[in-house]
Design a binder for this molecule. Structure first.
Ligand code: SAM
Length: 280
């Protein structure tokens, strides 16, 4: 299949490889770190009870299951990652009101329509976001609504930047910022671009509100936090790309995180996201 026929192939490969397996293995701890965004997304989605909800890039299903507990009538999680979906199904534990579908959300055609589209950091990986959001818009009922969380720029996200800088201090490389808008965690860092993509895709009244706070890296100690920060996310990607000595990076990251640790040993770092909403 050519790149133009399947532009999300690289993401599918990434989330079905080591990254997806790590996300599934670390799901409980990741969900602890990202719990504030479940509250933020569900609050913005304005569930009233009984809605049919689509969770895009649902991963291991934490937001899908939280939506069900918050009163959704039925939830469908869609994702490209087989290992993460497998955990989602296991967590659903036979609950019939939630289903997990393995598909590329940018092209997937549902056999029903949805009243709410929600996502926790699952919509920033599309090669053609306007086409993806246009396809998703077509799956919605009139009067429907979208609410998702996406990251603000890397510079506002110390949880990602600090370990990256520590790792890079071991090299002669500078921080290689992704091309603006390129698929990845920071693809929707610019809220004006996000709003414009949504509106060109047919969504109305799109807006992005800032979420700014601190998130606790998983782990009861600095060394556990450093192990996590080097195994997951942007620093893990850097270690793999530059074929770095992971143990040496972990030690260096641990030294930097120690400067930030609270008396209880937990490491809380600044984080900034956008909570984006739009109407059908
Ligand atoms: C950062 S993870 C977030 C997972 C989950 N929403 C959570 O908060 O735990 C991004 C997710 O987007 C999924 N994803 C990436 N591209 C996708 C696509 N084209 N269609 C559906 N899911 C996709 C990945 O497989 C991954 O599960």
């Amino acid at each position: 299949m050519s790149a133009t026929q399947d532009d999300n192939a690289a993401q599918r490969e990434y989330w079905n490889g080591k990254a997806g397996e790590n996300w599934a293995r670390e799901a409980e701890r990741l969900d602890g770190m990202l719990a504030p965004f479940i509250t933020a997304v569900l609050g913005a989605a304005g569930l009233e009870g009984g809605e049919r909800v689509l969770d895009v890039g649902c991963g291991s299903g934490a937001l899908s299951l939280a939506a069900l507990r918050a009163g959704a009538g039925q939830v469908t999680g869609v994702d490209v990652s087989a290992p993460m979906l497998a955990l989602g199904r296991q967590r659903a534990d036979g609950e019939t009101q939630v289903q997990f579908v393995e598909a590329d959300a940018s092209k997937w055609q549902a056999d029903q329509s949805f009243d709410r589209l929600i996502s926790r950091f699952g919509v920033m990986f599309f090669a053609d976001p306007q086409a993806a959001f246009s396809n998703l818009h077509a799956q919605m009922t009139p009067g429907g609504r979208l609410a998702f969380a996406c990251w603000q720029p890397l510079d506002q996200n110390e949880w990602a930047l600090l370990p990256l800088r520590a790792a890079l201090s071991l090299t002669d490389q500078r921080l290689d910022r992704p091309e603006p808008g390129a698929p990845g965690p920071f693809a929707f860092e610019d809220p004006d671009r996000t709003v414009s993509i949504l509106e060109r895709a047919g969504w109305k009244s799109a807006e992005a509100k800032p979420w700014v706070g601190q998130i606790a890296l998983p782990g009861e100690s600095v060394s556990e936090a450093a192990a996590f920060a080097t195994k997951m996310g942007p620093t893990a990607r850097l270690i793999a790309e530059l074929e770095m000595d992971a143990n040496r990076v972990r030690e260096t990251v641990e030294a930097r995180l120690a400067e930030k640790a609270s008396a209880d040993g937990r490491v809380r770092l600044d984080a900034a996201a956008w909570i984006v909403t739009a109407d059908v």
